[in-house]
Design a protein around this ligand. Structure first.
Ligand SMILES: [Zn+2]
Length: 216
């Protein structure tokens, strides 16, 4: 999601002075840190905090200039999240679990009626139990996905409201950030053709983008 403007490589998240009170999270070009500075000489590490602040500024500009595009995009995301895919998935798994439980009950009848012997019964019982356990686990996972979707939906709706009321956002929300931003390009070239490593371009999932110049 984070790309270097100069070499096209990705950026990596690193902690500086992690044991001191001066600890900072920095995003750096992988080419520069792994291969050497000379392979990407213009890139510079940018504090995560600065990128988050830049995002808020970029988003504010985006909301002012392209309100319609953004609203339409949020609307689409919201609709995608309301889709019944997960609900259908859960209903299907529940039906399958019920089917397996029925089979398990029938096994008991079969042994009572002497249709199968004890060993066959045990084998079948064990494999059925294994199948049931697997399905139960899948159901748990789907249920937690559903909760997650609900949470994202709530945040998007809250954000849409902020947008509609033209409020200024002052706290960074990673969910919102990741929902609306496709790519962050760190570094760039200013209007005069100078390389500016503290320029950050946000490419939104709407296809629109804008650049923020960090103060140094
Ligand atoms: Zn680079």
């Amino acid at each position: 999601m984070y790309d270097c403007a100069y070499c096209g490589g990705t950026l990596t998240r690193r902690r500086w002075h992690s044991s001191t009170k001066y600890s900072k999270t920095i995003w750096q070009c992988v080419t520069s840190t792994k291969k050497g500075k000379k392979f990407c000489p213009h890139s510079k590490g940018i504090p995560e905090e600065a990128i988050e602040k830049a995002f808020l500024e970029s988003y504010r500009i985006m909301c002012n200039n392209n309100k319609d595009v953004l609203e339409e995009f949020l609307q689409r995301m919201e609709e995608a999240l309301s889709s019944n895919t997960i609900h259908k998935e859960i209903a299907k798994i529940e039906k399958e679990i019920q089917g397996l439980e029925n089979k398990k009950n029938k096994l008991v009848d079969m042994i009572l009626e002497n249709i199968i012997d004890k060993d066959t019964h045990e084998d079948k019982y064990n494999s059925l139990m294994q199948e049931i356990n697997e399905k139960v686990q899948t159901r748990e996972k789907s249920l937690s996905n559903l909760e997650e979707e609900k949470d994202i939906k709530k945040r998007l709706l809250a954000f849409k409201k902020v947008l509609e009321q033209n409020e200024v956002i002052d706290t960074f929300d990673r969910y919102v950030f990741e929902s609306v931003v496709d790519k962050v390009i760190v570094g760039g070239v200013d209007e005069e053709g100078n390389k500016d490593p503290a320029m950050i371009t946000f490419v939104y999932k709407t296809g629109l983008s804008n650049s923020i110049f960090l103060l140094r």
